[in-house]
Design a binder for this molecule. Structure first.
Ligand code: DX5
Ligand code: ZN
Length: 223
């Protein structure tokens, strides 16, 4: 089993973003996680398409775009055109989730469903056979630096079981409060993409933090 590390730039220093991305790539980052927030679905504003386009020019790994916005369908093409390889949309805002996932795939990107801590796993049932990944929110979306919600671990197991039942080996991404203390547990539960913001960019040495997180995750993955 291969575990991927996806540093979230939400906690990076935006004045030196290129350098920060280069640092985590030296530390072994497999993806760069980009949190797009609209101030409606979540109570915060962050980055949009132009920033993704600029990051695409400096990053050497795929871009994993997490859309925390109310009407993602309006922007899918722009984000893929800007360089997104993976796009996660929130189930909670999409009455036509199947159509949205198909649209992402037709644009040539990986289509993922993100679920909030209060969203039941069963809501994924009808799309579990066609998703390219599932993003389990382990904090309420909107801000970096929040405390990991312990119940998320069993939720990851439940999502893994649901995907397996439908013959889908799609990876599970866990996002929020991920750090050295819980990385191994989360891999043990079935997460294979670890998103981490504060525990990487909140340290004085993002390169080292990324490397240590990957070591913690890999140790568990080899067991
Ligand atoms: C939260 C975002 C996360 C966030 C994680 O809404 O989706 O990607 O950056 O940050 P940490 O790792 O600090 O919880
Ligand atoms: Zn995120």
């Amino acid at each position: 089993m291969t575990v991927r590390i996806a540093p979230s730039i939400l906690s990076a220093d935006f004045a030196i973003l290129g350098e920060q991305i280069a640092a985590v790539e030296r530390g072994g980052a497999d993806l760069i996680h980009l949190d797009v927030m609209d101030g409606h679905f979540v109570p915060n504003l962050t980055i949009g398409v132009p920033v993704v386009r600029s990051i695409r020019k400096v990053a050497t790994v795929p871009l994993d775009v997490h859309l925390m916005i109310e009407e993602p369908d309006r922007y899918l093409e722009s984000f893929v055109d800007a360089g997104a390889s993976m796009i996660s949309v929130h189930l909670e805002v999409l009455p036509h989730l199947h159509r949205t996932l198909q649209a992402i795939q037709e644009l040539g990107a990986k289509a993922g469903v993100a679920i909030n801590p209060s969203t039941p796993v069963g809501m994924l049932e009808e799309v579990a056979g066609m998703v390219d990944h599932v993003l389990v929110m382990s904090v309420n979306p909107g801000f970096g630096g929040q405390t990991f919600i312990p119940r998320s671990e069993s939720k990851i197991q439940a999502v893994r079981a649901l995907l397996n039942r439908q013959g889908n080996s799609a990876p599970i991404e866990v996002d929020g409060g991920v750090d050295m203390s819980n990385a191994a547990h989360l891999v043990g539960a079935g997460a294979t993409i670890l998103v981490a913001g504060t525990s990487i960019f909140g340290t004085g040495d993002p390169e080292r933090a990324a490397r240590e997180l990957r070591q913690a995750a890999d140790a568990k993955a080899r067991v």
